[in-house]
Design a protein around this ligand. Sequence first.
Ligand SMILES: NC(=O)c1ccc[n+]([C@@H]2O[C@H](COP(=O)([O-])OP(=O)(O)OC[C@H]3O[C@@H](n4cnc5c(N)ncnc54)[C@H](OP(=O)(O)O)[C@@H]3O)[C@@H](O)[C@H]2O)c1
Length: 261
Amino acid sequence: MVNRRAVVTGASTGIGEATVRALRAQGWDVVGVARREQRLTALAEETGASAIACDLTDQAAVDALIEELRRSGPVHALVQVAGGARGTDSVEEGSVADWQWMYDANVLATQRLVAGILPLLRKAASSDGHADTVFVTSTAAQTPYPGGAGYNAAKAAEGMLVKVLRQELNGEPIRVVEIAPGMVHTEEFTLNRLGGDSVAAEAVYAGVDEPLLAEDVADVIAYALSAPRRVNLDLVTMRPVAQSAQHLLARGPLHVRTDVD
Ligand SMILES: NC(=O)c1ccc[n+]([C@@H]2O[C@H](COP(=O)([O-])OP(=O)(O)OC[C@H]3O[C@@H](n4cnc5c(N)ncnc54)[C@H](OP(=O)(O)O)[C@@H]3O)[C@@H](O)[C@H]2O)c1
């Protein structure tokens, strides 16, 4: 039987890195993609994945990535994790540069990647039965919050792209899965969003019992890819227990109420 090969973007840290580990543990061949080559190489050496450095906002770089993938073997799955947030500014004071970055990194990078990789997925599906795509959007794609507009808009747009893609691939043996996490405590996401302010970044998670970990999202991705091929997880929304809704985040230890029977 052919070993299945997955391309995981955002592999240099956070959810993408955890996904590389989870898929390698399940026996997948994995190609990790991100901009920072050194981090990818270290992960590749540790896990037996391979690595291709690529800026997904650069069309020429994505063309080269696709060519390298085509040369190096089949692609049975795309796991698009790369993306992120910049800033928490209001609509009135929104930074066009930050909003542009978010649209480029979350939406246009996804379109570019899908357009390039679909022929490879179809080829693998033709010879090996099916292929898969998984996209990590966000609960920010579903629920607006003050200061979130740039990220809300970008992630909602990415989510719409995914939903349209599923319809456009109807009739083909290619799954399209969307995973929308709430608060995940990764090393860099909030730090980057808040311009490198580590005190402000840690305050976001302060007292939360307990935020999701990158591994939790990676586990769901791994399940989505290993489920029977008839099962398409259209949209998995996952949050920490302490975050009942986007605006409803409990701080302090979770505890059982004692004032009720
Ligand atoms: N953390 C959360 O609370 C949370 C919640 C919901 C959804 N999400 C979403 O989940 C995804 C991953 O989150 P995370 O917390 O793991 O984020 P993260 O730690 O900030 O990692 C982002 C990843 O994306 C890569 N990346 C960014 N821009 C890129 C580009 N132009 N080309 C190629 N790679 C690029 C980064 O690698 P390089 O810097 O090496 O390029 C990095 O590997 C993101 O799409 C995020 O929006 C996160």
